[in-house]
Design a protein around this ligand. Structure first.
Ligand code: NAD
Ligand code: ZN
Length: 360
């Protein structure tokens, strides 16, 4: 299956299918990435264990020279120091302006490798091979970044890939918890603009959790489609792209307050989506939106309540530091129905506090 991110001259395809990694070399060639200059594959230790040898052999069999940089798994690798190490590998391997950087992994690897590609020699070509469900979001759209000690994703760029190659087969090795949090963001795409997809996810939750190939392929096709549509309409976050942040205002604050590994991103977002739906009810929309949101997320084994020991003041102050806040009012992405959201810039912060308390 194929989707397109429509950015005029810089448009690119998203290929989705089972086993399509086998055709990687041919796909590179089709996109004008030839064998003359070396390639750099960036991945993490978990992903490397399963797929790095395969990818390297596939490419070398077609005459490509391939260097690789394997980073430690996890958010800590999205740093300038890790980036510098990767650039050392790139220089030593002789990567030049005609080289390409291939991100093989989840959102961490995609963001990191993408920023390396955006920066190395002022920008080389970039290919995304996402291997998590959450990466349907991070691999499409061209936002690439590393973190600063004081804030996430603040050192970055927009750098669109040449193509995205999503091989469903690579998802089979994902740990269960990573599957669930990825599904949280995937259902989110439905909550934003596709009621039919929410209903489909609801009916197919057990197939998705069991990593059924046909179910995953369909869901990622729809999920990438939503992301591609939003990015095509709003490449640099002028407005529409903000809707993708459904659940993220409360979610990010929970992540900031949570202890290490206590809440994964997708889990925090699940709680945040329930919070946004409760706010929606307070704004006069039907309470059934919150009930449905909660019921569906529970089906995926996702948390829908804030752990009781989280401090409301700490959550609120984390939210105030978030860029979406101004003068007693907060900007919230609020569902107005299942499959429909609005950007509401006038949500009183006291209401948000009330919802946070109610979520505990
Ligand atoms: P991740 O890349 O850390 O992957 C999650 C875990 O799964 C890691 O331990 C990883 O090693 C492991 N893993 C990945 N693929 C695997 C596979 N196929 N088999 C076995 N294990 C595998 O996390 P993620 O959830 O994919 O991405 C999170 C990151 O994405 C965050 O840094 C976030 O900021 C970023 N993000 C970026 C955008 C964007 O638009 N650029 C959007 C959303 C999220
Ligand atoms: Zn997210």
């Amino acid at each position: 299956r194929e989707l397109k991110v429509d950015l005029g001259e810089r448009s690119y395809p998203i290929y989705i299918g089972e086993g399509i990694l086998d055709g990687l070399a041919a796909t590179l060639a089709k996109h004008g990435i030839g064998v003359k200059s070396p390639l750099l594959v960036v991945t993490d230790e978990n992903v490397a264990k399963h797929y790095l040898t395969k990818v390297t052999e596939l490419l070398e069999a077609d005459g490509y020279r391939v260097a690789n940089a394997v980073v430690a798994p996890g958010e800590k690798s999205k740093s300038l120091s890790v980036m510098e190490e990767i650039i050392t590998v790139a220089l030593e391997a002789g990567l030049d302006r005609n080289s390409a950087v291939i991100a093989l992994g989840g959102g961490v690897v995609g963001d990191l490798a993408g920023f390396v590609a955006a920066s190395y020699m002022r920008g080389v070509r970039f290919v995304q091979i996402p291997t998590t469900i959450l990466a349907h979001d991070s691999s499409v759209g061209g936002k690439v970044a590393v973190n600063h000690r004081l804030a996430k994703n603040v050192i970055g760029a927009f750098h669109q890939p040449e193509f995205v190659l999503y091989d469903i087969a690579t998802l089979k090795s994902l740990p269960d918890r990573v599957v669930r949090e990825g599904l949280s963001e995937l259902v989110k795409e439905g909550f934003i603009m596709d009621r039919e997809f929410v209903e489909w996810c609801d009916a197919n939750a057990s197939r998705l959790l069991a990593l059924d190939s046909a179910a995953l392929e369909h869901a990622l096709y729809i999920g990438c489609g939503v992301k591609a549509k939003v990015v095509s309409a709003d490449e640099k976050e002028g407005g529409l792209r903000a809707v993708l942040n459904l659940g993220h205002t409360i979610g990010h604050a929970l992540e900031a307050v949570a202890g290490y590994d206590e809440l994964h991103h997708g889990e925090a977002i699940a709680i945040g989506m329930v919070g946004a739906a409760l706010l929606s009810a307070k704004l006069g929309n039907p309470p059934s939106i919150a009930e449905e949101t909660e019921r569906i997320l529970r089906q995926f084994g996702l948390p829908v309540r804030i752990p009781a020991h989280f401090d409301t003041d700490a959550i609120m102050s984390a939210m105030m530091h978030d860029k979406k806040f101004k003068e007693g009012k907060m900007v919230f992405i609020v569902p107005t129905a299942i499959g429909q959201v609005e950007i509401n810039p006038n949500v009183p912060s006291e209401w948000v506090r009330e919802i946070v308390d109610r979520l505990k």
